[in-house]
Write a protein that binds this ligand. Structure first.
Ligand code: GLN
Length: 483
């Protein structure tokens, strides 16, 4: 049962092969028995899950089920869940019980999906390895002591370890695509504004976007069908009509024009990853697609631009954690200033503090023009690169990460080395474009992800392009050793 996709579970629920209560119970038992190996959950909610499953079974029995009704899923602990701790992986919010639901939680509740619990993540979604969590590092089910990627590492590890059939994540600079790549899963970061950010704890508001992490593109389409849509509570939410993401999954790819940015295949790329990506491209040619070399000349600037803009926005967003309104407060403050200082000093972890310092500096008078304004100008150039390229091709492909999953602890001493992991993922967020990662092979028994980038609101096309690849290959069906 644990190897089933969401689509298969949905079918089984519909035909009465099993009930939501049965599968939910099985997943909860599996989490209880196995998660000590991975640390993929921060909070498991068995009572809530079983109550939701029971109600879902009634709806299914009455013949009113949505495709996602009764499907147990896990949510990144960045989405506010009413009555349940929502920590964002931080000591700062360890005691925070959200008083309301994020819009995407409301949407899953509306179709009666079941919530198993909240998954581990890098503190405030800052990281590329899930080693920055107050709740400890997450272990990649694919290898001894390897990272699952970050920041949605718990969401990815939970699905890869078969503790949930699908999960939600967020992607500010790669945090859905990169963990999906490192754990052999499918993940999609939608166009900025496609999924509501209401109730999603903010990291960098102009970049943050939520999406699913699943075993297949079909499952991702099913979850995105629930998540996407305009939300009046999010001022950056797009009014554009929502497609049915499952409707065109099987559309043939004949004539699809794939752009290959030469900057994505440079010397920094692990040659074996390059080889896996090349074989995937051959598969696409066999499916009728045409390849074309393109250029995204400002790719190398995406790291310096992102690591100014994201910290700048974070420093502003995180100023609300001051010990006054909610979350952690230091003990026995002597005065207001002492409370601010010690609350933030004790409540935030090292990476979060580093970003607040960088961001505050970049926004400060005298430095704003040199750093923040410059970074915004580069952001526009990066966006323009994509706009130009997407006039010539339908989608852009390349690797998701420069190397497979690295060892826990390998990069923690060198933040720049860690930031380099984001070289292929950050630029999309700066441009606001959608992108996904699909499994395309292995290097030294560790998964490799193929990144697929599309035009604004082209999620339907991306999922189709990913699905057709998964119909022709079986990389996505491979599971971590021992499962
Ligand atoms: N690795 C990037 C960072 O640390 C992106 C994280 C994310 O997408 N949330 O900021």
């Amino acid at each position: 049962m644990f190897s089933k996709t969401i689509a298969q579970l949905s079918q089984g629920l519909k035909t009465g092969e099993f009930s939501s209560s049965e599968i939910t119970r099985s997943y909860l038992d599996q989490i209880a028995a196995q998660d000590s190996k991975y640390n993929s959950f921060i909070t498991v909610t068995p009572e809530l899950a079983m109550a939701q499953a029971k109600a879902a079974d009634e709806t299914i029995g009455a013949g009113n089920a949505h495709a996602m009704t009764g499907i147990p899923i896990a949510h990144k602990d960045i989405f506010c869940t009413k009555g349940v701790r929502t920590s964002a992986g931080s000591k700062m919010l360890d005691n925070f019980i959200a008083p309301y639901n994020a819009t995407i939680i409301e949407k899953f509740n509306a179709v009666q999906s079941v919530s198993l619990g909240k998954t581990n993540m890098d503190e405030f979604a800052m990281g590329s390895s899930n080693e920055n969590s107050y709740y400890g590092a997450v272990t990649n089910p694919w290898g001894d002591n390897r990272v699952p990627g970050g920041s949605s590492g718990g969401s990815a590890a939970a699905v890869a370890a078969q503790l949930a059939p699908g999960s939600t994540g967020t992607d500010t600079g790669g945090s859905i695509r990169q963990p999906a790549a490192l754990t052999n899963l499918t993940g999609i970061k939608p166009t900025y504004g496609r999924v509501s950010r209401f109730g999603m704890i903010a990291f960098a508001s102009s970049l943050d976007q939520a999406g699913p992490i699943t075993k297949t593109a079909e499952d991702a389409a099913m979850m995105l069908n629930v998540m996407a849509g305009f939300d009046a509570k999010d001022s950056t939410s797009a009014q554009t009509a929502v497609d049915d993401y499952t409707a065109t999954l099987n559309q043939p790819l004949k004539g699809l024009k794939i752009g290959l940015p030469k900057e994505f295949f440079s010397a920094d790329l692990n040659p074996q990853i390059a080889e896996r990506v090349q074989s995937a491209l051959k598969e696409y040619q066999a499916l009728g697609a045409e390849l074309k070399e393109i250029s995204l000349p400002n790719t190398a600037l995406s790291i310096p631009a992102y690591y100014i803009i994201a910290p700048a926005e974070a420093s502003s967003n995180l100023s609300r954690f001051d010990g006054v309104k909610f979350g952690y407060r230091c003990e026995n403050p002597v005065d207001l200033e002492d409370m601010y200082k010690r609350t933030r000093g004790e409540g935030f972890g090292t990476e979060v503090k580093r970003r607040i310092l960088v961001g505050t500096y970049a926004l400060s008078e005298g430095f704003y023009d040199a750093y923040y304004k410059k970074a915004q100008q580069i952001r526009r150039l990066i966006q323009q690169d994509f706009v130009n390229a997407l006039k010539e091709v339908d989608v852009i492909m390349g690797p998701t990460t420069p190397q497979p999953a690295f060892k826990i602890g390998e990069k923690t001493a060198d933040p720049i080395d860690m930031y380099m992991e984001d070289i292929y993922t950050l630029s999309l967020n700066l441009a606001g474009l959608p992108g996904m990662s699909v499994p395309c092979g292995q290097v030294d028994d560790l998964p490799v992800g193929l990144q697929i980038i599309g035009n604004y609101f082209a999620e339907q096309r991306l999922l189709n392009v990913a699905h057709m690849f998964q119909q022709a290959t079986d990389w996505h069906t491979q599971t971590a050793p021992g499962l």
